[in-house]
Design a protein around this ligand. Structure first.
Ligand code: SF4
Length: 290
């Protein structure tokens, strides 16, 4: 069975369609600056449509068009592109942008920001680039549990999360904070994306309801929300396999007794999920209910 929602999330779908539309309309060079989304198949599809790749703004010729990534773009990159006379098609997901705007607003109101997320992820790199001060950023329990909050007593702290941060970790942080630092007041802003949350909730629910024995997580190796799905399924003690496409399944052995569910990251194209489903069905791995 395919666990819904599957395929592109609304933000990635929007970014992908904007990119396709730009490629159709422009007769000039169109560049991707970094991966549009964290999925090789989606990027290859755009390459087939004629997009060119650049890692740095300096590689893009003046007069060209650049499609920026759905995770957001860093402020100094925007300035560099504008200086080069490059047309920018900004595909930043509106939900990502909303968190960025909120962070700026809270900083303006004098809050110290505490962000739960990965400071190396493009979404957080973009967010940080729009702030005046460096906030506290924690990615793991190990990172926050050894942090000394005593200098922050009596200060205004606002807690925000990367849109794709795992809810279980977010809740673990709030529990830890209440136990260890009850005297430090933090205002918590709920900025997890409902789309990724629904995927995580439905995955655990389906594993239990359908008594799944195996979960195949389909998504790019750099996709943090795909990683969250993978870890979640592993924690439920089912056989968990992470692939980018059906080709990688050929190395796996599946038994008829296994009950398989297919979950997908928010940047996984719908057609890749279908290919995985079709491949498993063609090998009679999904049973009659599939
Ligand atoms: S997961 Fe949510 S925040 Fe991220 S691109 Fe998709 S809709 Fe936007």
């Amino acid at each position: 069975m395919v666990i819904e929602p599957a395929g592109f999330c609304p933000g990635v779908k929007r970014a992908f369609e904007l990119a396709l539309q730009t490629l159709k309309e422009k007769d000039k060079s169109v560049y991707l600056l970094g991966d549009l989304v964290h999925n090789r198949h989606a990027v290859v599809k755009l390459q087939e449509e004629g997009v060119q790749f650049a890692e740095k703004p300096e590689e893009i010729p003046p007069g060209a068009t650049v499609i920026t990534r759905s995770h957001g773009i860093e402020q100094d990159t925007i300035q560099k592109l504008q200086k080069r006379g490059v047309t920018i098609v900004d595909t930043t997901c509106p939900r990502v942008k909303k968190v960025r705007d909120l962070a700026q607003e809270l900083e303006g109101k004098g809050y110290i920001l505490l962000i739960l997320g990965n400071s190396e992820h493009p979404e957080i790199r973009s967010l940080l680039s729009f702030l005046k001060n460096r906030p506290l950023v924690f990615k793991t329990e190990e990172e926050w549990s050894c942090f000394d909050f005593s200098p922050f007593r009596g200060k205004k702290i606002a807690v925000l999360t990367q849109t794709t941060f795992p809810r279980t970790l977010f809740e673990a942080f709030l529990r830890w904070k209440d136990e260890k630092w009850p005297q430090v007041v933090m205002e918590v802003f709920h900025t997890l994306c409902a789309e990724t949350e629904t995927r995580q909730t439905n995955l655990t629910r389906k594993i239990k309801e359908e008594k799944l024995t195996t979960v195949i997580v389909v998504g790019g190796q750099k996709s943090s929300n795909t990683a969250s799905l993978f870890l979640l399924a592993q924690r439920e003690n089912v056989r968990t396999v992470w692939v980018e496409g059906w080709e990688e399944l050929t190395q796996e052995v599946f038994h008829l007794s296994e009950k398989i569910g297919i979950a997908s990251g928010a940047s996984t194209p719908d057609w890749i999920v279908k290919q995985v489903f079709d491949w498993l069905r063609s090998r009679s791995c999904l049973g009659e209910k599939a």
